[in-house]
Design a protein around this ligand. Sequence first.
Ligand SMILES: [Zn+2]
Length: 152
Amino acid sequence: MSGEAPAKREKRKVPIVEGLFTWPSDKPALIAARCKKCGAIIFPKAAYCPNPDCEKDPNNMEVIELSRRGKLWSWTIQHYPPPPPFKMEPFKPYAIGLVDLPEGVRVLGMLTTTENLRCDMEVELTVGKLYEDEENEYITWMWKPVEESSEK
Ligand SMILES: [Zn+2]
């Protein structure tokens, strides 16, 4: 058909490290491991339980998806570039926070904003771009403040 708009070329979104979160997904979730013996949850997932009382048996570990919402426990603003394999272009100061999840684990992650952050605010998992090249956008998981309704 003539008159058709040219297809917009979208870059492929590629996780900076495989296996950290479910992807592709509209509702990405962090992938962790749980020890079936002691219940320890490890993110990023590990082959063995770090608990010295547990045998180093990969069969004890099961892969789980963590809750997508948690509470911001603490955060800080970073003014220097993140360590490899993370890379940010163009670099600008960013917030990194520790988030308490209902599973009882605290997960570190970048926040989508540096503004209006406060302790105990609810945040939700999303993904965001770190940098891009000709073909791909390289993404990582990020915590995004949940919009609060003013009707509370
Ligand atoms: Zn264990």
